[in-house]
Write a protein that binds this ligand. Sequence first.
Ligand code: UT7
Length: 325
Amino acid sequence: MSTVRTVIKGVGGYLPERVLTNDDLARVVDTSDHWITERTGIKERRIAAEGELTSSMGAAAARAALDTAGLAPEDIDLIVLATSTPDQTFPATAVTIQAELGMTHGAAFDVQAVCSGFVFALATADSYLKSGQFKRALVIGAEAFSRILDWQDRTTCVLFGDGAGAVVVEAQKLNGALTDRGILATCLRSDGRYRDKLYVDGGPSSTGTVGYLRMDGPEVFRHAVTKIAEVIDATLRQAGYKASDIDWFVPHQANRRILDGAARKLGLNKDRIIITVDKHANTSAASIPLALAAASADGRIKPGNLVLMEAMGGGFTWGAVLIRW
Ligand code: UT7
């Protein structure tokens, strides 16, 4: 039975030049390399330069993804950008990226699901491509979290970094076999009762300010472990796969302990997890595509591999995507 699948054509990432180490942070707030490493696995993060925007980082990642796909902006007809740190309240940062790429056709919009943003954006693009409305999409995660951090608050400022990642996806008519390439299953969830556990204390309709990130870390951690396990299970079941079939597990990179916990629950070997949290920290919606870009560039993720992505973040939102690379 012929069916349309959303197939990965290219992937790329962009990281700002400036590296901020744990020791650098220990000179600003009451923290230490030892505490940050032990509790999170983070060693360093990248910080956007003055004048460097979410749109410029997103456009750089998009160009890198187009290069690996051997495609040009005119081949793309949809841009979905996941970000919680837009250049402006409006217009959508996706249209700035569209203009930077020189695209005057198609459609571009932002998706806001915080750290789960890339999973939500990829699932959104998948639905549009499968419906036949668009043929090829750029799905981007780009964040400048350094701009919404309270640099006096040691419980949050040590955890996040800046960057962007992108994939190019294409609708292809395939046989519908489990072994066909493309997205096999997506699962999205949210529960707004927990919106005050991880949020920004400002906004256009409330305070009229941008605000700063606030988080009840231990509470987020507690929910992350169970919610991630539930959504992974639902996604695998939907596709008819078992955890032992997964070649690469590409989780949102928030905390090394959460990644290890999720992998343990799945019964996956540690060498099957793509880890970038040590070098990038938590780049919110950019973390999964940045991890995909790193693992694809160094040859770990290859065409035909079964890849499971998952994320959980503010909202709460959480979700997973299973893809035959
Ligand atoms: O991407 C979105 C999803 N976000 C997450 O998944 C984050 C989930 N949460 C976490 O990763 C962890 O909860 C944190 C890394 C944020 C915190 O780790 P924790 O093991 O839950 O530590 P805690 O918040 O319970 O704090 C333990 C102690 C506290 O001191 P007392 O009360 O025991 O004296 C904190 O004040 O560590 C203290 N502390 C710090 N010490 C040094 C908190 N932040 C720091 C710091 N440096 N940066």
